[in-house]
Design a protein around this ligand. Structure first.
Ligand code: TYM
Length: 331
């Protein structure tokens, strides 16, 4: 059976972009594949969280994963730092990762812009840690949004380089995966880029958001002056609103507003109201479940323990093999 692995950085709560980009088909995936879902807490150190925030965020993401439908009996759900074997693989991969290729990575360039006062080595080697996450479980498929495509390409480069260097066929070539569909990018509410936790206040809708917060954010979403010609091409902010509506609303609602836009009768206020209500309805089952799970600390800690055991068993096997391949053998 093929292995699927997916991860998320605990630097904020789970938002609709994460959900539609990487999690949407969880339930089906865990029935059809050997699944690993983990919380990338080592990765989040690149932005220097406080210990208090780090623990809290990990707990929240775990509750959100479970609320989204992940089943700890079917999939291995674990916390990255519970399986420190990944750090050893990261070290090995870093020896064959070249500074030039790491510097050219788009996410590194973005981060330099976002946090010019904290350009740490962890940011530069982020792709090798991510490759280590994936290769540790020799995953074949990695459900991700479009923003992670380049990281997957680098993971394939590192895997192939390792295989070639040691003349083995050990690591499979992992593919970015969205259940046969193209990788997607869910836009945010500020009119420009993707939905994301580091894209500014109000840009992302979180699964845990209260209805009032959702209404407030959506009503503030950037729009334009409105179409003046029938079938006018949409500006970016409006295109974004329609994309969001396509994700959470039903087909009739979407068709209605498309028609209103095309005939220049659209009232953005009305569209946003509808979008907010549809987002509220979409997130409602998650919201209640997240609250319930967060109150059950013992259950969360049991899930984490179970995941750690299973993930570590597999990780240890990989590290044993890799050490042998590299030449760390007992004398
Ligand atoms: P992160 O935490 O930024 O996002 C987690 C997942 O959500 C997807 N995603 C989106 N998809 C579509 N539209 C959006 N607006 C959007 N925003 C986020 C991301 O593509 C991702 O799949 N580097 C990863 C975490 C990671 C990882 C891994 C993932 C570490 N190791 C190994 C897979 C495998 C990250 O920062 O994702």
């Amino acid at each position: 059976m093929e292995t699927v692995l997916s991860g998320i950085r605990p630097t904020g709560n789970l938002h609709l972009g994460n959900y539609f980009g990487a999690l949407k088909n969880f339930v089906q995936m865990q029935n059809e594949y050997n699944c690993y879902f983990f919380i990338a807490d080592y990765h989040s150190l690149t932005t220097h969280p406080t210990p208090h925030n780090l623990t809290g965020n990990v707990r929240e993401i775990l509750a959100e994963y479970l609320a989204a439908g992940l089943d700890p009996e079917k999939a291995v759900i674990y916390i990255q730092s519970d399986v420190p074997e990944v750090a050893e693989l990261y070290l090995f991969l870093n020896m064959n990762a070249y500074v030039g290729e790491l510097e050219r990575c788009t996410s590194f360039k973005d981060k330099i812009r976002q946090q010019p006062h904290n350009v740490n080595a962890g940011l530069l080697t982020y792709p090798t840690l991510m490759a280590a996450d994936i290769l540790l479980h020799r995953a074949n498929k990695v459900p991700v949004g479009k923003d992670q495509e380049q990281h997957l390409e680098m993971t394939r480069t590192f895997a192939n380089r390792f295989n070639r260097m040691y003349n083995v066929d050990y690591f499979p070539e992992p593919q970015a995966f969205n259940f046969g569909n193209e990788l997607i990018k869910i836009p945010g509410l500020n009119g420009t880029g993707k939905m994301g936790k580091s894209e500014g206040e109000g840009n992302a809708i979180f699964l845990s958001d209260e209805p009032e917060a959702i209404r407030k954010k959506v009503m503030k979403a950037v729009t334009d002056a409105g179409p003046t010609r029938p079938h006018q091409e949409k500006s970016q902010p409006i295109e974004n609103l329609f994309k969001l509506m396509k994700a959470v609303s039903n087909a009739e609602t979407l068709a209605y507003f498309e028609e209103q836009y095309d005939s220049c009768q659209i009232k953005y206020g009305e569209m946003k109201k509808q979008l907010a209500e549809d987002m509220i309805a979409f997130t409602a089952p998650f919201r209640d479940k997240i609250k319930e799970l967060l109150e059950n600390k013992e259950y969360l800690s049991n899930v984490a323990r179970m995941g750690k055991e299973k993930a570590q068993e597999n990780a240890r096997k990989t590290i044993r093999d890799v050490r042998e391949i590299i030449g760390f053998r007992s004398l």
